[in-house]
Design a protein around this ligand. Structure first.
Ligand code: ATP
Length: 226
């Protein structure tokens, strides 16, 4: 479905990615892992054309995404839940969801049933929500675009434990219905059981890809240890 091949991405003169390879198959939940600053967010920004790569290729369902503007990439079927959530602060919960809506299996009623807290807060402005509720809204907003591939950057970072559990339950529900997903999260205890495969980045390069069961202590210590 998604094939990222040997991308190199820069912030001005400073190179952040030196050759990232990554793929997501249809129906798969793919975990993108690595310590802080290794290039996970930059890889996601590259896929969405927010920081386009200078070299390499990105194809999605056989369409070349590289050099397309971000809105065309979204139209091609990629839905982003960005780091920091980026909800529209002065729109209500309902407006945040409707503004991105496209027809498909996800609609307001289904998003509200996935996250009942959003139904309770339907008329509230997004900037009055807690961080966890904003994350639910950001996930709901991405689902409302009916994406073929959902991309979650830091799915549960900085959230209270009870809210994190609600979000992981929603992610498991998405997996159960075969939603293709690329997901970044620091909590390996929750991420690994839902992941079909993992790709690990180290200093802007892909260093390992495999199934979670093959992730032994040596690889964990070398690439994921603190
Ligand atoms: P984290 O888990 O901390 O979010 P990450 O794996 O997502 O880390 P990135 O945010 O992609 O890592 O950062 C990769 C590299 O790019 C780092 O060296 C970082 O300092 C650099 N970088 C990130 N954003 C910028 C920017 N706006 N300008 C310059 N360098 C940047």
């Amino acid at each position: 479905m998604l094939n990222v091949t040997a991308i190199e991405t820069f912030y001005g003169p400073s190179q952040a990615l030196f050759g990232v390879d990554l793929s997501v198959q249809a129906g798969e939940m793919m975990a993108l892992m690595g310590r802080n600053g290794m290039g996970k967010t930059t890889t996601i920004r590259s896929i969405f054309g927010l920081t386009p790569p200078r070299r390499g290729s990105i194809t999605f369902e056989l369409q070349e995404l590289h050099r397309l503007p971000s809105y065309r990439i979204a139209q091609a079927g990629l839905g982003l839940v960005p780091e920091g959530r980026r909800c529209f602060a002065n729109l209500s919960v309902r407006e945040n969801l409707l503004v991105t809506a496209r027809s498909g299996r996800w609609n307001l009623a289904r998003v509200e049933s996935l996250f009942p807290r959003l139904a309770e807060r339907r008329q509230q402005m997004a900037n009055t929500l807690s961080g966890g509720e904003q994350q639910m809204l950001a996930i709901g907003r991405a689902l409302m675009t009916n994406p073929s591939l959902l991309v979650l950057d830091e799915a549960t970072e900085g959230l209270a434990p009870v809210i994190r559990q609600e979000i992981w339950a929603a992610i498991r529900a998405l997996k159960a219905e075969g939603q293709s997903t690329l997901i970044v999260d620091k909590s390996l205890a929750e991420l690994l059981p839902v992941a079909d495969r993992c790709t690990i980045l180290e200093k802007g390069r892909t260093v390992w890809t495999g199934e979670p069961g093959a992730l032994d202590d040596t690889i964990r210590d070398r690439y994921l240890g603190v």
